[in-house]
Design a binder for this molecule. Sequence first.
Ligand code: FAD
Length: 500
Amino acid sequence: MSEPLDRLVRHAHETRVIVVGGGIAGLVAARECAKVGLRVTVLEATDVVGGVVRSAEVGGLTLDVGAESFATRGGVVRDLLDELGLGGDVVSPNPAGAWVAGVPGVGAAPLPKGGVLGIPDNPFAPDVRRVIGWSGAWRAYLDRVRPPLTIGHAHSLGKLVRSRLGERVLDRLVAPVTSGVYSARPDDIDVDLAAPGLNAALTRTGSLTGAVAEVRARRPQTRPADAPASDAPVTEAAKAPAPGGAVQGIRGGMSRLVDALVAGLRDAEVEVRTGVRAERLSRTADGWAVSTSVNDEALSARAVIVALPEGPARALLAPVVEGLEAAEPIAPVVEVVTLVLEAPALDAAPRGTGVLTVPGSHVAKALTHSSAKWDWVRDAAEPGVHVVRVSFGAQGEEPATAALDDDAAADLARSEAAAMLGVELPASALRAAHRVRYVQSQPAATIGRAAVTQAAREAVRAVTGLGATGAWLSGTGLAQVIPDARDEADRVRSVALWTS
Ligand SMILES: Cc1cc2nc3c(=O)[nH]c(=O)nc-3n(C[C@H](O)[C@H](O)[C@H](O)COP(=O)(O)OP(=O)(O)OC[C@H]3O[C@@H](n4cnc5c(N)ncnc54)[C@H](O)[C@@H]3O)c2cc1C
């Protein structure tokens, strides 16, 4: 080895980077830093790493109880899975679509195929008409005959859809998607961020349905601001295939990604410490000190990457980052109840792979029929046994399960599942249940959000040796979180490596 290279390698080994947060963002950031030989320590407050990507034993089955798929867009998640040797276990979901439930006068119906965020390109298509009825279709048709939209410049998705296509399209097709996928009302969604290219297409075509048709024809180039399972992250709706493009999963569950990342980190001699909460960041002469929850221990490092949810991230960063507010905006809370049911009536997958709801029609927000969606879940369960995930809570609305104990929450989830799936699910059908609560990031596609995250990023980047990543900055969903964590780690590690 040449003398300068030798010095660089030694410098890297002596340079410590602390990654705060052991979710996917933190694990990926740690991996990137370890790749160039830096000495990396990951601090995770809870007893397990993975954050929202987590599994649990429910009724003898190991199941994802957080994220359960990834958007294939861009190929970034797939590339990581290939690097980790998991590429051969990538699986596609059952292509049967999701349904929408709670449609007045109709009950449940398949979610129309196509469209953008639930906005149809043809209101008279039979699957669209089934949901909005003839009167809804004629009202939506006015979009084609009304004076053309010469300037496509609507910000609010809700306002745009209401004015062009009417309340039925808004309430029955668009709101179930935004509420399920983004945990947000259509009025709060920024068209430009949720459906890039739609505004420009409006100007060209003069109608909203025409714009949808044009955007769909060019779809591979469009990319929404949030992108979890089907284009959103957050909820079970993310798992409904129609709204946002292709998703895939891993045979055995997404938590295998976490296991593989951790194994790689251990091989690279990264120290992964669980049960250690970072409590305070402070400047030192040559870097940073991180005070932790363990016996007032303070760890020193040349650089720190904060990979936490928004609330804890702001609390840690605000005292050392000028211009960064400590308080986070009100964040949506969601509870996911996973049910293992002995219910042969579900063998026929009566509502495809899952159900979104018309807001206000059900207590639950969405449901995934996991054993209909994923062959590996179906194969793991005995015949006649099914796995259903029911999610509760939306923006500005506490989950209906929040005040209930676990048994009562499971009971509510079971009765909601019966209503949404259109089958009887008596108490005796319930084999086991698991409940978990998540505080989500504000969706990146909500109006005004992009400016908030951009300001936070710039403030952090102005501070040498400090980085921040995670869903609150990148947008939710693994296809957003993973590349952002890589980029941020790359930026921070360059500074750590080239300064002495
Ligand atoms: C119910 C649900 C379902 C989802 N489904 C999908 C899906 O199917 N597909 C998809 O792509 N995306 C999905 N998403 C979104 C996706 O899971 C997230 O965007 C992503 O996992 C966020 O990763 P993260 O590392 O930014 O944050 P997190 O996973 O929240 O990780 C942050 C970590 O920091 C730790 N921490 C907090 N405070 C401290 C502290 N002070 N010190 C040390 N550690 C701390 C936490 O314990 C946690 O482990 C879903 C999200 C939810 C809520």
